[in-house]
Design a binder for this molecule. Structure first.
Ligand code: DC
Length: 235
């Protein structure tokens, strides 16, 4: 019997926005038969709720009003057989597409700085990972959500490379976007994510770095699978 199949670990993938964390995380989870959880989708869903309820506008957020309504915000992930992916639900509505668009992207960083929002999200994330066998990506997974994760990967790439990837992704979906706006969004989010007081984006001391500016998807996955197998063997 293959012993590695029975040992389940937690894999935390953190890093800058738009550097391909979710692609690596999803593929890794698929190959290992693990659950994949996109923690950024949870902050995006809260942001969408804030926008729809006039609690966020023009890049600002009414923090207190949002915190007062946190209990009304129910976020779930449901499996879609057709796409073979988990999709994000906000109060029973599928919002997977809407949370990826620019209005949400432009307001999500300030929402993700709010302490009470973070505490509520982190509690849910820890619950989802309590049985291990999970790959979770985000900004604070290896530092705050699962500081004991057996494998921590910190991913990065240059802002220009990341903006180009996001631009290609959005234009391929038919969206009309400008490269300079996307680059500004990437740089703004880096600054807020790394500079915020609550759980800033930082590399965990025991994380392995994956700079994928010039690596293709196959090479990244191969590297990550090797690291995962080593850790599964070790534990
Ligand atoms: O990974 P993403 O781009 O979908 O994340 C959206 C935003 O949420 C990003 O600006 C940072 C924030 N985020 C966070 O603060 N902590 C996480 N664990 C995941 C995302």
């Amino acid at each position: 019997m293959n012993q590695t199949k029975n040992k389940k670990i937690v894999i935390a993938i953190d890093g800058h926005s738009s550097c391909g964390k979710s692609t690596v995380a999803k593929q890794l989870a698929k190959q290992l038969g693990y659950l994949y959880l996109d923690s950024g989708a949870m902050y995006r869903a809260v942001t969408l709720y804030a926008l729809r309820n006039q609690l966020a506008n023009n890049g600002t957020v009414n923090e207190q009003a949002l915190v007062d309504r946190l209990e009304k915000i129910r976020i779930e992930f449901r499996w879609n057989e057709t796409t073979q992916q988990n999709e994000t639900y906000l109060n029973d509505e599928n919002v997977e597409e809407e949370i990826r668009q620019l209005p949400v992207a432009n307001h999500v960083s300030p929402v993700a700085t709010i302490k009470d929002v973070r505490q509520a999200m982190v509690r849910q994330q820890q619950k989802l990972g309590e049985n291990k066998g999970i790959v979770m990506d985000g900004r604070d997974i290896g530092t705050v959500v699962f500081p004991q994760a057996e494998l921590k990967i910190f991913m990065t790439a240059s802002p220009e490379v990341r903006a180009q990837r996001r631009y290609d992704e959005l234009t391929a979906k038919g969206q009309q976007v400008r490269f300079d706006e996307i680059l500004k969004n990437v740089e703004d989010r880096d600054r807020i994510d790394s500079g915020r007081k609550e759980s800033p984006l930082r590399q965990a001391d025991d994380a392995l770095i994956l700079d994928n500016s010039y690596l293709n998807r196959e090479d990244q996955l191969k590297w990550a699978m090797e690291k995962a197998k080593e850790r599964i063997e070790d534990c």
